[in-house]
Design a protein around this ligand. Structure first.
Ligand code: FES
Length: 273
């Protein structure tokens, strides 16, 4: 069992943080990599990118939103309880190097995925602009940690309850008007990553996105996580999860992500009963 040593509700009943004892994973993980967790022996395998690791304490931190049966099951796990399985680190780590000005854009729980990448980019000596977006102040997670890393910090929300009212693309437009960054990293909902990639395409600004398609084995064997990137089929679990945002087929990704919506809803209904 992989024991939960800390549990926090970042958004009550909705966005949950679990710090999990997994020493070997904590020691090997690099920014951008993910784990696959199962609540029970026969449970669904869910990929989650780590928001943080502590090699000394031997822990990894995951942050997830309750969106279906499996994440509802995860959310019910308390400190002292644990996951039946935790596999990782999986996927390719982010290329961290000093490139100059890096704009890190996070939306929703994508902010958790962005956190270790933004920290590593800062430690590598880059100038960091951080743009965070959420539907409201309640859903703006890790704001203090992310603003502490940033040379320039902008937050936006759909309802204006935190930061400026608007979308991350509004803040990106303002940032681009001041000069062309060397790199943009955008992690969040698919429409957000697509919109950011379209904004940076005309100027050819290198743009990385982190994809979270349906995964099963996480080792490149099942094909469940396939995505179209340029004219090639890639497997997010071994070729990603990060890809060039200008080459990703976001519409195809959206279709695949919603392929099991009915089954997911039915499973959630049964879980509630
Ligand atoms: Fe099976 Fe990627 S999850 S190939």
């Amino acid at each position: 069992m992989f024991k939960i040593v800390k549990r926090e509700e970042l958004v009550p009943s909705s966005v949950i943080l679990h710090e999990i004892h997994a020493p070997r994973v904590a020691q090997k993980t690099r920014p951008g990599q993910f784990v696959i967790v199962k609540a029970t022996e026969t449970g669904e395998r869910i990929p989650l990118t780590m928001a943080d690791t502590d090699p000394v304490a031997g822990t990894v931190t995951i942050i997830f939103m309750v969106v279906g049966k499996s994440t509802a099951l995860f959310a019910s796990l308390q400190e002292g309880e644990g996951y039946a399985d935790l596999i990782g680190p999986l996927g390719r780590a982010t290329d961290i190097e000093k490139v100059g000005h890096v704009v890190c854009i996070g939306g929703g729980t994508g902010i958790a995925v962005l956190h270790p990448i933004a920290r590593a980019m800062k430690e590598a000596g880059n100038r960091l602009t951080v743009i965070l977006g959420a539907r409201s102040a309640d859903f703006m997670i890790l704001k203090d940690r992310m603003s502490a890393l940033a040379d320039t910090f902008i937050s936006v929300s759909d309802d204006g309850s935190t930061g400026k009212k608007g979308f991350v693309t509004d803040a990106l437009q303002e940032t681009l008007a001041l000069g062309k960054p060397e790199l943009v990293v955008a992690i969040g909902p698919v429409p957000m990553m697509k919109a950011v990639s379209e904004m940076t395409r005309p100027d050819g600004i290198h743009t990385l996105v982190s994809l979270n398609p349906i995964m099963i084995d996480g080792t490149g064997m099942c094909g469940g996580c396939r995505v179209s990137v340029g004219d090639k089929v890639k497997f997010a679990c071994v070729d990603g999860p990060e890809f060039d945002g200008h080459a990703v087929d976001f519409d195809g990704l959206s279709q695949r992500l919603s392929a099991y919506k009915e089954e997911e809803q039915a499973a959630m209904e049964i879980h509630r009963c």
